[in-house]
Design a protein around this ligand. Structure first.
Ligand code: PEP
Ligand code: MG
Length: 325
């Protein structure tokens, strides 16, 4: 039986056979938080922090960042807030921070690569996040990770930030969870190694599709080749979730694919812990979740993994939706 969307915002995100799938919101400002909360999001699965750095003439100070992170954490009232560290570069530029001219900016100096080069900026952000963690359930997530070395280097700066705050007597959550985005094929291939370094994974399908298929996500002339349901992507998702589960690492998805209703059996079949999406997708996805059995989705998964083309995978998912409507 179908549910009226406005009635289910407060419903538990659970399948008829008892699988809970947390539905988080992707937000990039404090304003978007209200929309997410009224849609019944179970927290924020991806807080894009770039907006704090854009639309201004200098890097935001620790205090400015801390206040924003703290306000969001407080407003969430204990629900998790996953803050992604700065993911600048690629398509996103800062007026006051000269980045090199690059032939391939998406493969260039960006995201965690900038943070690890400019550890002064990185530590400022980590200190702000740590201080906010005292006011709610905050997690931190590093973008564009492609090696264990990067995670260790990032964690070294994190530990320095913690030691400083301890010395200064500033409180923070000692159990703050640290995760990485899985959005580069290299990270998928070493997911078992990364899983031993962090508390959680969040699969970023937007970049994972771009890099796996070698299709620029911004290039309209090849937009038809940007296929999130490509068999390689389904297999990458499976490999990532398997590695996470073997090591007891929590695994979620935060790319656009998470907000596509027809992908839901995929997440249930793979048994991910959380999906995070734009606020407007939460209720339609939850409506499906409330009447989709995980057991049916688990049966579908091997068929999806055998499909030879994107069209076959989409057809299987559409057939599943029609049969379980
Ligand atoms: C992603 O790459 O899937 C993602 C969630 O991050 P962004 O879209 O900000 O690159
Ligand atoms: Mg990304």
């Amino acid at each position: 039986q179908k549910h009226a969307l406005h009635l289910i915002a407060g419903h538990k995100p659970e399948t008829p056979d008892g699988k809970t799938l947390k539905l988080g919101a992707n937000i990039s400002s404090y304003k978007e938080l209200e929309i997410a909360l009224s849609s019944g999001a179970q927290g924020v699965g991806l807080f894009r922090t770039e907006f704090l750095y854009m639309d201004r003439s200098r890097f935001p100070k620790e205090e400015e960042q801390f206040e924003v992170y703290r306000d969001v954490a407080v407003r969430l009232d204990g629900a998790p807030l996953t803050i992604r560290t700065l993911d600048i570069g690629g398509d996103k530029q800062l007026d006051y921070f000269e980045l090199p001219e690059e032939d391939n900016p998406f493969l260039g100096f960006r995201a965690i690569r900038i943070s690890l080069e400019r550890t002064d900026l990185f530590k400022t952000q980590l200190r702000a996040i740590l201080r906010a963690s005292h006011y709610g359930t905050v997690k931190v997530m590093y973008p564009l990770i492609s090696s264990v070395d990067e995670v260790r280097a990032a964690n070294a700066v994190m530990n320095e930030a913690k030691r400083e705050l301890e010395r200064e007597g500033k409180p923070f959550d000692k159990n703050l969870k640290i995760g990485v985005m899985i959005e580069v094929p290299a990270a998928v291939m070493i997911a078992d190694l990364l899983a031993q370094e962090v508390d959680f994974f969040s699969i970023g399908t937007n970049d994972l599709v771009q890099f796996t298929l070698a299709v620029d996500r911004m290039n309209e002339s090849i937009a038809h080749l940007y296929e999130p349901y490509h068999p390689s992507i389904i297999r990458m998702l499976k490999a990532t979730v398997d590695a996470a589960k073997r090591h007891g690492t929590t695994v979620g998805v935060c790319g656009e694919l998470a907000g596509d209703v027809k992908a839901l059996p995929l997440w249930l079949g793979l048994d991910v812990d959380e999906i995070s999406m734009s606020a407007h997708s939460i209720l339609p996805v939850k409506e499906r979740l409330l009447r989709t059995k995980q057991s049916d989705s688990r049966q579908l998964l091997p068929q999806l993994l055998e499909c030879a083309t994107s069209a076959d995978i989409v057809a299987e998912l559409m057939r599943f939706m029609a049969n379980h409507d």
